[in-house]
Design a protein around this ligand. Structure first.
Ligand SMILES: Cc1ncc(COP(=O)(O)O)c(C=O)c1O
Length: 404
């Protein structure tokens, strides 16, 4: 369990305020440092319910790999199930195991073919294996024979053009015939993955879907008709009705983030609500005179006498050092203020401006809302030339997570 997942009474170390003075989100066990991630699980539930409405009658497989994109896989999985998800997606058998250990019994698809040594765990935990190689199929059959009984569920993956993982059409059809006729395995699904679903109008998506549809059609013509057919990530689920088939696999949309800037304006995407905030309390604030310079390398020069606030989180928590170079800002004292100087391992400095009344204990928002201002994971991502996925996955497990 991540630090800080339950409630206790403990005074805040930074402010000395008693827990009774704090918002419910702040009354958390094991939480000593005044820097934290706030994860709004009601928003996960609402986002999944929204996706489920848009894609109905297709089922929703909520993707909670990489510890729920940095939000906490178990907590997100439970909230997603409440919102209507009836399948969960992970990257690793170990991630599926974590869900089972937490008592989650919903079907879990391991989205890439597990390595041979992980097949036993797949079988024992009743996870659904993605298969696209002879070797993988043989390893799963071996594990099924020595496992606890029952027929492991299989989803076969076709590579329709992304060329990451998946079988070519010939291998896919051959594997499908063999799994369908096996008494040891259950062919529950077939799927593919789309490379540019977040680029509306790119004709590579219909081309991939056409290849997928043709292969599925060939299987059906041979009497092989697995109930779950799926292709859509968040962008495709929300923006390409033709990609929904009988199940969709949203990840980033579950967390309330647009899959990419080109689809952010779509109403189906605009209805999503960001789930994660990154917050801290000012640990130290002082006046610094004009011409003084701040942090390692002395790269930031204070233009006129100003209040410099220190905030107790840094690159070891996932604040990218490059953020300062590309004009990264935080919300403090009701406004947007620049990060002042080099991001250090555990602390950053913020220039709160001349005459600022910011003091130790004041809330600082790095991601999320303060008053009518908001900084989103996409704000960081677009400054840094990356994607919001990398921002949330990059936040360190050292940060306590607070579930609200
Ligand atoms: C196979 C597969 N399906 C679904 C997803 C979810 O994608 P997104 O987060 O863009 O919705 C991913 C994520 O990378 C994936 O690898």
């Amino acid at each position: 369990m991540a630090l800080g997942c339950a409630e206790v009474s403990r005074p805040s170390p930074a402010t000395g305020r008693s827990q009774g003075d704090l918002a419910p989100a702040r009354r958390v066990a094991g939480w000593l440092r005044p820097a934290w991630l706030e994860v709004d699980l009601a928003r996960v539930t609402a986002n999944v319910a929204h996706i489920a409405r848009v894609v109905a009658p297709a089922r929703v497989c909520a993707v909670v790999k990489a510890d729920g994109y940095g939000h906490g896989a178990v907590q997100v999985a439970r909230a997603a199930i409440e919102g209507g998800a009836s399948y969960l997606g992970v990257a690793l058998a170990e991630e599926g195991h974590e869900l089972r250990q937490a008592g989650i019994t919903t079907p879990v698809l391991v989205l890439s073919e597990p390595p041979a040594q992980a097949m036993r765990l797949v079988v024992e935990d009743g996870l659904t294996a993605s298969i696209y190689t002879e070797r993988g199929l043989a390893a799963l059959v071996d594990a099924a024979r020595s496992g606890p009984g029952g027929r492991p569920r299989v989803h076969l993956k076709l590579d329709t053009g992304m060329h990451r993982v998946g079988a070519d059409e010939g291998t896919f059809l051959d594997l499908a015939r063999r799994v369908a006729s096996s008494s040891e395995l259950h062919l529950e699904g077939v799927f593919t993955h789309l490379a540019v679903a977040d680029e509306p109008g790119n004709d590579y998506t219909p081309a991939q879907l056409e290849r997928f549809g043709r292969a599925v059609g060939r299987l059906r013509s041979e009497g092989v008709d697995p109930p779950l057919v799926h292709a859509a990530n968040s962008a495709a689920a929300l923006c390409h009705p033709g990609a929904r088939f009988s199940m969709v696999r949203p990840g980033i949309a579950v967390y309330g983030l647009a899959p990419g800037p080109l689809v952010a304006g779509r109403p189906e995407v605009g209805a999503l609500q960001p789930v994660l905030s990154l917050k801290a309390e000012v640990s130290f604030a002082k006046q610094v005179g004009a011409g003084e310079r701040v942090s390692y390398g002395l790269r930031y020069e204070v233009a006129e006498r100003s209040v410099i606030a220190t905030v107790p989180l840094g690159y070891a928590d996932g604040v990218p050092p490059r953020l300062v170079v590309v004009g990264g800002e935080v919300l403090v004292g009701g406004g947007r203020r620049p990060i002042a100087g080099t991001v250090t391992m555990d602390q950053i400095m913020v220039d709160c401006g001349p005459g600022s009344t910011v003091r130790a204990g004041d809330e600082v928002v790095l991601l999320g809302r303060q008053g009518d201002q908001e900084v989103t994971a996409w704000d960081w991502a677009s400054r840094l030339g990356t994607i919001a996925y990398e921002v949330t996955c990059g936040l360190s497990p050292r940060l306590p997570r607070v579930y609200v």
